[in-house]
Write a protein that binds this ligand. Structure first.
Ligand code: ADP
Ligand code: MG
Length: 407
């Protein structure tokens, strides 16, 4: 099936062609007709399978064919992070390039005056993060009374504890009669029932089998003691020096530490976390997107939704605290038609987390066997002149007394 089989305007179809979108992905095939009809939809589909265009295409179509009132802002898209806010608004702008639909992005972390100027002009679509949107709403710059379509992207996060109150408050400002769309790769029963309270009769479209990560991602895990992880990362980055790699760590302090450790051995990495200014976060992500920067170290702030088609490797330097985040982190690779590889560094203390991940996805992750000789070699090969690898080795042997194989 081709996009042209839908009842969609030429201005959108020809742009999809230019973007080399030849045919709809599964989730697009299923969701687009319902959204075009104005139905409520809850769509759950694997990471990187084109959920954004699944709502952007029909929303644009409804706007340009005047199925919504264009006098005021008619579509509100809520997302959990500022990076995602810019990315999704860019997808609206790109797919809508040949239409006259106006999309604006409003997020925190930057001066609000420019955003106010944008709000004062006429726009059709607003993509936004909750904090700044509520500020501007409270200051009277936002009129949500005519919103006809509400999208919660990464909907499990948007309805989860962190944002639940915001979203409940938001409902009071929106008209009761509207279209509501939920999109995510992961969702649990509790969140699902919360979602159904917000809508009338949502059409449910679920594509994920039990494992919500794209089938294009291969997974492996390697047992590495906490203090040795940096040497393995150094080794891996040197081995795949031409590749784009995202390294996930648990906290911002650890992100800085890993960045410093890599810089010490002459590897150029940058890090993104909540302690870095927003302008800098955007510019680092941009450099990474354009492949000017090959290695990015980050926290879970970048785990959700970010679409960087060139990322070939995801490294879980630390295992995530909850299994959903494993899914989202690994989903940063293997996007669209691309293949990807996820490698997790699991210390003895993290084995419980690994079990929880395997239980959640219903699949065991391939254990990468490394013998003691190779393990020693990796510690020894470091360019870190300050490293006392002999001491590290002794510590390791003490912790693994009868173990030649680490697994
Ligand atoms: P998801 O939200 O499901 O994780 P995205 O919407 O970010 O995924 O899309 C993942 C990638 O797939 C993007 O780079 C996007 O441009 C690409 N993509 C989406 N739909 C199509 C399509 N029909 N044909 C080709 N590529 C597509
Ligand atoms: Mg997405």
């Amino acid at each position: 099936m081709k996009f042209s089989a839908y009842n969609i305007s030429k201005s959108i179809l020809s742009q999809l062609e230019e973007m080399d979108f030849k045919k709809p992905t599964d989730i697009q095939y299923k969701a687009i007709p319902y959204i075009l009809k104005g139905e409520d939809v809850m769509a759950v589909a694997q990471t990187g399978t084109g959920k954004t265009a699944a709502f952007v295409i029909p929303i644009l179509e409804r706007i340009i064919t005047n199925q919504v009132n264009r006098k005021h802002l008619s579509c509100l898209v809520m997302v959990p992070t500022r990076e995602l806010c810019l990315q999704i608004s860019d997808v609206f702008k790109e797919i809508g390039k040949k239409t006259n639909v106006k999309t604006i992005a409003i997020h925190g972390g930057v001066d609000q005056n420019k955003q106010i100027d944008q709000l004062l002009k006429k726009a059709d679509v607003l993509v936004t993060t909750p904090g700044r949107m509520f500020d501007l709403n409270a200051q009277g710059y936002l009129n949500l009374r005519n919103i006809q379509t509400l999208v919660l992207d990464e909907s499990d996060i948007m309805l989860g504890l962190g944002f639940k109150k915001d979203i409940e408050d938001l409902m009071r400002y929106l008209p009761k009669k509207r279209q509501t769309l939920f999109f995510s790769a992961t969702i649990n029963k509790k969140i699902k029932s919360l979602a159904y309270k917000v809508v009338n009769n949502a059409i449910r479209i679920q594509f994920s089998p039990k494992n919500p990560v794209s089938k294009n991602v291969m997974h492996s895990v390697i047992s590495i003691q906490m203090d040795d992880k940096r040497f393995f990362l150094e080794n891996l980055i040197n081995e795949y020096s031409d590749s784009s790699i995202i390294v996930f760590v648990r906290t911002k302090i650890r992100a800085d530490r890993v960045q410093n450790a890599m810089n010490r051995v002459g590897i150029d990495v940058l890090s993104i976390h909540s302690g870095i200014s927003q302008e800098e976060r955007f510019s680092i992500l941009n450099a990474f997107r354009k492949a000017k920067q090959k290695v990015l170290v980050t926290t879970d702030v970048t785990a959700r939704g970010i679409d960087l088609p060139a990322v070939e490797y995801v490294v879980n330097y630390d295992l995530p605290d909850n299994p959903e985040n494993y899914v989202h982190r690994c989903g940063r690779t293997g996007r669209g038609r691309n293949k990807g590889m996820a490698i997790s560094f699991c210390s003895t203390q993290e084995e419980q987390l690994l079990q929880e991940i395997e239980h959640y996805t219903g699949e065991s992750i391939e254990k990468y066997d490394i013998n003691l000789m190779d393990y020693k070699l990796i510690l020894k090969e470091t360019n870190d002149v300050n490293s006392d690898w002999k001491k590290l080795m002794k510590d390791f042997e003490k912790e693994n007394p009868n173990n030649l194989n680490v697994w």
